[in-house]
Design a protein around this ligand. Structure first.
Ligand SMILES: [Ca+2]
Length: 160
């Protein structure tokens, strides 16, 4: 029986060695913002399912890096009428209280936790989400079903 923790650890490893496809613009269905292509989900799923879905698309789960990107993501959540918001590719499943990026396992530099969060409610909240109606981050149970966005870098003027 492979635990969710192990599955996430394996996916983190795969994502770390994955290389991006050389493309000059975003594919159909993807939206360009600041040199990255974004795909927003139609339905809410668990954190692990969101990670897997992004991996299957050759992408990664959204990792918000600054307040400008966050404002833009907020707008996308609002336009789509998301109930909560989107998963963020940050988790403290390995060391409680230490949220790290799933792609490079480093601590998160830009954070925007809501006041009093992360609170690890009932000791079972290890996955980060952007909670758009509250304009901040929350730690949620990884099994909760939330919308998500996948991202991948855009490569400019690449010559073969
Ligand atoms: Ca929480």
């Amino acid at each position: 029986m492979i635990t969710v923790k192990t599955q996430i650890a394996i996916l983190v490893g795969i994502l770390a060695i994955q290389t991006a496809e050389p493309v000059r613009s975003c594919e159909k269905g993807w939206i360009l913002y600041d040199k990255k292509c974004y795909s927003f989900s139609k339905s809410p799923v668990s954190f692990l399912d969101a990670m897997s879905a992004c991996y299957d698309l050759g992408a990664q789960l959204l990792e918000i890096r600054d307040r400008f990107e966050e404002k833009w993501v907020d707008l996308q959540c609002r336009l789509r009428g998301y109930t909560y918001g989107v998963w963020l590719g940050f988790s403290d499943i390995q060391i409680e209280g230490q949220f790290v990026s799933l792609t490079d396992a480093r601590s998160v530099r830009y954070v925007n936790w809501m006041a009093g969060y992360p609170n690890n409610l009932n000791g079972g909240e290890h996955c980060a989400m952007y909670w758009w109606p509250h304009k901040g981050w929350n730690d949620s149970p990884c099994s909760m079903k939330i919308n998500y966005a996948c991202t991948k870098p855009i490569e400019n003027n690449r010559t073969c």
